[in-house]
Design a protein around this ligand. Sequence first.
Ligand code: SF4
Length: 265
Amino acid sequence: MTSTRNSRASSRRAPSGLSTRTVRQPRKPEASPAPGVVAEPPPREDKAPFDIDEVLGRIREEVRRYADAAMFALAANGHDSLFEQLIACILSIRTRDEVSLPVSLALLGCASTPDAMARLTPDEIDEVISPVTFHEPKARQIHAIAVRTRDEFNGTLPCDAEVLQSFKGVGPKCAHLALGIACGHEAISVDIHVHRVTNRWGYVHARSPEATLKALEAQLPRAYWVEINRLLVPFGKHVCTGTRPKCSTCPVLKYCRQVGVTDHR
Ligand code: SF4
């Protein structure tokens, strides 16, 4: 009887003089993923060890045949200032590149500097950008960015993520991409393609683009921080598509764990 009582692992006697009550051992907390992180799926024996250099090298070759993502295409066409890149990214939010790219070219053709943009009215901006999603609030945001840049920053946007994200409508995705392209900053921009593809690989395990950004910042070699968006946007649009990705012809099939893929071509 005594030995049975003593062998109870979940309780012990308090030190004498402190209390005569039985003190419960605190239950060991179960390991749970950090907020936004999902549990890592089991390894797949049919897959090669994941090699980020090899995977991105293969994707670099694959996307040569596709058009550049809108902001990289704009930069290649000379619209590579921080202001132009930020405006183009705002226009691209929830809008396909096929729509946002010509609209960006049209707007920047009218006004490519904060001074020139501030001289337009929000209604005039709205008229030019009407094909993009949420064009009315975007027109007001773009005008406000131009006016504040003219008045507060002497007409030149500083290469500063905090300043960019202080503008209404600008989050980490746009701030990081604009800073990466226009200022040469090492910054990862996670859009829906980067989020989906890197999670399907099994390279990160995150519920949201924000959690994917944190996970990539912790493990992606810095040399790829800007390039990963340039590669995975066209790759996600044409190969690792939202529904029925083209796994059977995918150049990285042997490395990809295909997490969450239930149907593919
Ligand atoms: S194998 Fe399939 S899921 Fe994996 S990257 Fe290629 S297309 Fe996407």
